[in-house]
Design a protein around this ligand. Structure first.
Ligand SMILES: C[S@@+](CC[C@H](N)C(=O)[O-])C[C@H]1O[C@@H](n2cnc3c(N)ncnc32)[C@H](O)[C@@H]1O
Length: 278
């Protein structure tokens, strides 16, 4: 197989450029995070603005903000329409907080201090098989979230955003007919469950997640609690009974094999009657 470069031969300039882009990707990530934290995409939603004006609005150091905005323009998120005047590009508009299923919570979660630090421990993870997050913070991600209300809100909003993006495909490609009662295990704030219930008016639902998570659940899409019970608990202990179907969406990937088996066994126990095995 061709390794690409012969001994003594220099890499092609375009390969160098590409590898530099890959190495420096973290700079773009952080620039993007700062833009979202300062609300730059929202401040530009109504049209182009001067850098100094944006600096006043966001309480930033104007010359440094100018460098950031030019960097973001280089990344294709902004246009410098006239000197020091910036506008959103269509790509940059996707970072607005006020659009449906905004990606802002994802930016704020993935690039938060806690996640950023854990990625800097990736080498440890690869060498030991241990979780980088636990190594960086001395605790697992869900225990960490319990202690940090602001990050927890961002995490749950991220899950709602990702569920909103999948909802139509889920309803289109899975046949939920015939299910009388469905339980969403680790269902977060309930977006997926209420989307399914809204589409199936006679179905009953149970939203199950950690107590502090379900405390923030929204059942607005189905008009409240008439058709949906909310239960707080841990899927490592037990899961709600008497259901025709269980959803575990974006759950198993969070855990190692033993933990995943423990969760699935707890679901299996509740399925025994339904499936006729023990
Ligand atoms: C990656 S999120 C997925 C959320 C939701 N299913 C979705 O797809 O948007 C994992 C969920 O598992 C929940 N979770 C973590 N540990 C749990 C536990 N021991 N018992 C119940 N839920 C738990 C979290 O609170 C979170 O809502």
């Amino acid at each position: 197989m061709d390794a690409g470069i012969s001994p003594g031969q220099s890499p092609a300039p375009q390969d160098f450029a590409q590898i530099f882009r890959l190495i420096g990707g973290y700079r773009i990530s952080q620039a993007l995070r700062v833009a979202v934290e300062l609300g730059i995409p929202d401040h530009l939603a109504a049209g182009p603005r001067h850098c100094d004006d944006l600096a006043t609005t966001t309480g930033s150091h104007a010359p440094t903000l100018y460098r950031l905005l030019r960097f973001l323009a280089g990344a294709g998120l902004l246009d410098e329409t006239s000197p020091k005047q910036f506008a959103l590009t269509p790509l940059g508009s996707t970072l607005r907080a006020d659009i449906p299923a905004s990606i802002c919570p994802v930016v704020r979660l993935w690039l938060s201090e806690s996640h950023w630090q854990s990625w800097s421990h990736l080498l440890h993870s690869v060498q030991t098989g241990q979780h980088a997050f636990d190594h960086a913070h001395g605790t697992g991600v869900f225990d960490y979230l319990r202690e940090d209300a602001e990050l927890s809100a961002i995490f749950n909003a991220t899950m709602t955003t990702s569920s909103a993006r999948l909802a139509n495909a889920l309803l289109k490609h899975y046949d939920f007919h015939g299910i009388g009662r469905i339980v969403d295990i680790g269902g977060g704030h309930g977006f997926t469950l209420t989307t399914i219930l809204a589409d199936h008016p006679t179905m009953q639902g149970v939203l199950f997640d950690l107590p502090d998570v379900v405390a923030g659940a929204s059942l607005e899409a189905i008009g409240g609690t008439n058709r949906c019970e909310i239960i707080g608990g841990s899927f490592f202990e037990t899961v709600p009974a008497d259901a025709d179907a269980y959803i575990l969406k974006q759950i198993i990937h969070d855990w190692d094999d033993d933990q995943s088996l423990a969760i699935l066994r707890n679901v299996r126990v509740q399925c025994q009657d339904m499936l006729g095995f023990c």
